[in-house]
Design a protein around this ligand. Structure first.
Ligand code: NAP
Ligand code: MN
Length: 284
């Protein structure tokens, strides 16, 4: 028999989030649950949490904050097997299931197992530079763009077929979960999360007598990857790879291969959850 697993409450560093997190901890403890807290602003060493045995110790990670806090937690815990649950103290809260005035309802539903687990796909970029390969994973998206205020020129292939030389601000590759984020601001489609696909959305594609780029988003099936080879001769600036709220810049970059990843993030959704109702309540 293993030790009793605990619930970890991870929260953003706003006063409101910290108060909500503390209230939630007290309520869970009253119900007999073991609770740990982790405040995103703290410098605390989490190496004990990150040694690959997270799911042996934790049964749930509750994120108190906005979508940004949730994305931060997913990366902080390195895409764990442990399911997440969100409480929205942020602005939009697309991932966040409950509001701070619903904590009793949250605990009641959790105790009575009145929830389903939503498995969310992630997207992975393998970046080749200086003779090495590095991997970056996003729950929302991967973005390839110029760090400075220049256009980028990217040779794009799908599978092994060359499709186009893209010129413009960059390319965004969104998961279904990320379709409602940056992708949506770019005119990309909202994707029902039950679909398994990647959406490739151009960012400010150029169409002049000098450059020709596809202007609409493309949808790719799960087994097809996107290959990007920057035209280093034709590009002036440095290329940045963004993965959710994080990014890295490269002086010279040989190739980027983007595909759906095997890693999934699991989110608790309660009986009232419906993707299209959420779209209506958040966007319209
Ligand atoms: P942020 O700049 O605060 O995020 C911008 C907005 O996107 C926030 O309102 C955030 O919600 C919302 N958001 C994040 N993930 C979402 C999702 N899956 N569905 C719907 N809305 C979502 O930065 P952040 O909070 O750290 O989030 C990072 C994300 O911002 C990136 O992954 C990217 O998708 C997005 N972004 C959007 C734009 C744009 O729309 N022009 C530009 C850059 C980045 P909360 O208010 O609840 O945090
Ligand atoms: Mn945010």
């Amino acid at each position: 028999m293993g030790a009793k697993k605990s619930i970890l409450i991870y929260c953003s560093d706003t006063q409101n989030s910290i108060e909500v997190a503390n209230t939630l901890r007290d309520k869970f403890e009253k119900e007999g649950y073991c609770v740990e807290t982790d405040f995103a602003g703290d410098e605390r060493e989490d190496s004990d949490l990150l040694d690959g045995t997270l799911s042996d110790r934790l049964k749930l990670i509750v994120c108190v904050g906005g979508d940004g806090t949730f994305l931060g937690a997913v990366h902080h815990f390195n895409f764990p097997d442990v399911p997440f649950l969100g409480v929205n103290t942020g602005h939009l809260g697309f991932f966040q299931e409950f509001m701070p005035d619903q904590l009793d309802l949250l605990i009641d539903n959790y105790k009575r197992k009145k929830y389903t687990l939503q498995d969310m796909q992630t997207v992975r970029a393998i970046v080749e530079h200086d003779g090495i390969k590095e991997e970056f994973t996003g729950l929302n998206e991967i973005v390839v763009k110029c760090e400075e205020n220049y256009s980028v020129h990217l040779n794009i292939s799908i599978g092994d077929k060359f499709i186009e030389k893209f010129s413009g601000d960059g390319i965004l590759i969104a998961t279904p979960a990320g379709s409602t984020a940056y992708n949506y601001s770019l005119g990309g489609s909202l994707v029902d999360p039950r679909l398994k696909l990647l959406q490739v959305t151009p960012i400010a594609p150029m169409n002049t007598t000098a450059y020709r780029s596809l202007t609409s988003p493309l949808l790719l099936p799960p087994d097809l990857g996107l290959g990007i080879v920057p035209d280093n001769g034709g590009s002036k600036g440095r290329i940045a790879i963004a993965y959710d709220s994080f990014s890295r810049t490269f002086d010279k970059l040989d190739s980027i291969n983007v595909k759906l990843s095997d890693v999934e993030v699991r989110l608790l959704r309660f009986e009232t959850y419906d993707f299209w109702a959420k779209v209506k309540s958040k966007f319209i």
